[in-house]
Design a protein around this ligand. Structure first.
Ligand code: 23J
Ligand code: MN
Length: 263
């Protein structure tokens, strides 16, 4: 059977290294940048804590293990449809109920690193995406679309990553018409290398936070704080972005893996 042969060659290519696994994940720990919302508007996700239970000592003589305290939306993470009020009614909109078949899919990587370096408030528009498609090929239904901004290079410093001043956070993201265009394509979801799927200034857009509002309204997913997108081709990689099966979770840290052909 053709599909069995294909999977057999995939296995062989993984073992030989002809297909490499690129880690699109940042380190999850107390120094991981976290979203800061205006205190008058909302409560923040708490600081990440990693606590030792034992490390071959009086609390466990032969074993080491930790316990964690963290919000669902911490570090490199997945946004499920129930995260936003517009997606609240999907029975399959939670981390434990979503269709896992969807989260393993081809990924389109739109390189906005030069624009983001020039302007931290850079917005990717539908026009930009159409130009990208003319060059690299059409975005297909069920595929991931991720915005490469190289923002992961700032992740060692929360201040640099959030890039906030008196006027609020400044980080690149999608415009409203960009998200509307991608929804029309029937994508599975949209990913960013910044703290969230929306631009830093997206609270002032109409609707506010359009990536969250419109994607989740359409039962689509979000990915935030992705790393190493500079190591992916524009097209041709497979992204695996599965959340933990948290009971009725709204999101989850992930280990985002990209399968990339060598060379
Ligand atoms: C809550 C409110 C606003 C935003 C977010 C969460 C996220 O970015 C997130 O992690 O989903 S913008
Ligand atoms: Mn989130």
């Amino acid at each position: 059977m053709a599909s069995a042969d294909t999977l057999k060659s995939l296995g062989e290519m993984l073992l030989s290294g002809d297909i490499t696994v690129v880690d699109c994940t940042g380190v999850l720990g107390p120094k991981t940048p976290l979203l800061k919302l205006p205190p008058e508007l909302a409560k923040d996700t708490p600081p990440i804590e990693i606590h030792r239970i034992s490390e071959y000592d009086d609390n466990g003589p032969f074993w080491a293990w930790n316990w964690l305290k963290l919000g669902e939306h911490s570090g490199t993470h997945f946004d499920a449809p129930h995260h936003w009020i517009t997606g609240k009614d999907y029975a399959d909109g939670y981390t434990d109920t979503l269709d896992l078949q969807r989260v393993v899919a081809p990924v389109n990587v739109i390189d906005c690193s030069a624009e983001a370096a020039e302007n931290p408030d850079f917005l990717l528009t539908a026009e930009h995406v159409k130009d990208w498609e003319a060059k690299h090929g059409e975005i297909g239904a069920g595929e991931w679309v991720v915005m490469r901004s190289d923002w992961d290079r700032r992740a060692h410093d929360e201040g640099e990553f959030l890039n906030a001043d008196a006027t609020g956070p400044h980080s690149p993201g999608p415009s409203v018409d960009c998200i509307e265009y991608l929804i029309g394509k029937g994508i599975v979801g949209w990913g960013s290398q910044c703290i969230g799927t929306d631009a830093g200034q997206a609270g002032g857009m109409e609707p506010p936070f359009p990536a969250h509002n419109l994607l989740h309204k359409n039962n689509m997913f979000g990915l935030a704080s992705l790393a190493n997108l500079d190591k992916l081709p524009a097209k041709g990689a497979i992204l695996i972005a599965a959340p933990l099966k948290i009971e009725h979770g709204t999101g989850s840290p992930i280990r985002a893996l990209a399968l990339v052909p060598r060379g």
